[in-house]
Design a protein around this ligand. Sequence first.
Ligand code: NAD
Length: 498
Amino acid sequence: MRTIGHFIGGKEVEGKSGRFADVFEPMTGEVKAKVALATKAEMRAAIENAKAAQPEWGATNPQRRARVLMKFLDLVQRDYDKLAELLAREHGKTIPDAKGDIQRGLEVAEFACGIPHLMKGEYTEGAGPGIDIYSMRQPLGVVAGITPFNFPAMIPMWKFAPAIACGNAFILKPSERDPGVPMALAALMLEAGLPPGILNVVNGDKEAVDAILDDADIRAVGFVGSSPIAQYIYERAAATGKRAQCFGGAKNHAIIMPDADLDQTVDALIGAGYGSAGERCMAISVAVPVGKSTADRLMEKLIPRVEALKIGPSTDPSADFGPLVTREALERVKTYVEIGVQEGATLAVDGRGFKMQGYENGFYMGGCLFDNVTKDMRIYKEEIFGPVLSVVRAHDYAEALALPSDHDYGNGVAIFTRDGDAARDFAAKVNVGMVGINVPIPVPIAYYTFGGWKKSGFGDLNQHGPDSVRFYTKTKTVTSRWPSGVKEGAEFSIPLMK
Ligand code: NAD
């Protein structure tokens, strides 16, 4: 069986802890690899390595740093199919979906190629007599990223590409459930010309994470995962004076106005609700039709579409979605469906009994659809993270606007309408970080920033886009005076307003 170690100092090294986690192939349910779980001492060794390598990389001019990323883009293109298949086999998503995962990561690496421009400072000539002021952005030093299982290519690239472009050294602690692609990406960065020690992948669990959080040499932590862990990381990282941006879970609503094009809306709900088996932080998990007639028409169109969803192994490109990531995740989602039934919601489509022929041990379930879900139910309040869509019927627009606005999570939201006024009002007033207008998954393009509100995001600044450069650099401001002819007398006070 394959054993996955760590990528430290420019090479794969074996784990020394003797502790391993199983890496499953969700489509067959088989264990295909064992990943090493690092000790605190192994993490410390990786950080020291990164710390030694960083000053030279930070002093390398930004266009040279950008060239490494440009080469990396080519190498990922070369290995695209191989990476996508590895990703699909470790995660469970289909190969076309895995390609999308890689693509959305590459777009952020492309953005980071503009680092010579992005890191430019400001300059004011003549702020006073003989006085000029300028600001410069400098790397932080060694920074870390802790990432979830559901986008094992995209989110690591969202973290390491801008951080490294800014001149930092990076420690990546990916999810222990699908570490293969992050390890492969680190090897490609090295092949692209990145000096050893600048990108390190240290696999592990809570022990490795806590070692990052408590290490004084780590200056910033970027986290993506579930909300309780996001809050924990944020608090513990801040306690040691680090910058922290920690993105958490979600409950994304789609508001369907009476004038919406229902065929387009249903297409959007099927893709955004069930794609990747609902294991996306931007998945739509709540549909809110406005008015009884909208709700009835929606259900009539939605039920047959959910029943017709094609579930298949990750290697079947015609499947709508594949298995869930682990048996534990599958059982958790099924338990939520049972909770919804107990709470009195109407289970309009029940996919729990689905079995994949020829893959009986895989972690599959069919799509589930609930109607008549209410605000007080756990299936509405909590993140399920599976192929389950809940319909909450709203009487009017005001009630529909209040639902996502009052929810604990605030990652993404969408409105489906033909009315520009309603769309504009919704975008302005809804208390959620990312809004789609007739767009079900409003993940901003790489040169904008990505981030949720409320329990979906802890800390300052968003991921990717210009915020990533702010997050991974510190600003120094220089005030300089070059007197043109020294006058008599010296000033000892700070300048006063006259
Ligand atoms: P998770 O919180 O279980 O794990 C995320 C990371 O934290 C992993 O690297 C894991 O090893 C580590 N971790 C887990 N438990 C820990 C603990 N007790 N102490 C320290 N570290 C710990 O999340 P997951 O199941 O891998 O990913 C799914 C979650 O991520 C969902 O809630 C999803 O909504 C969220 N997510 C959010 C975004 C976003 O941008 N907001 C994007 C993708 C996923």
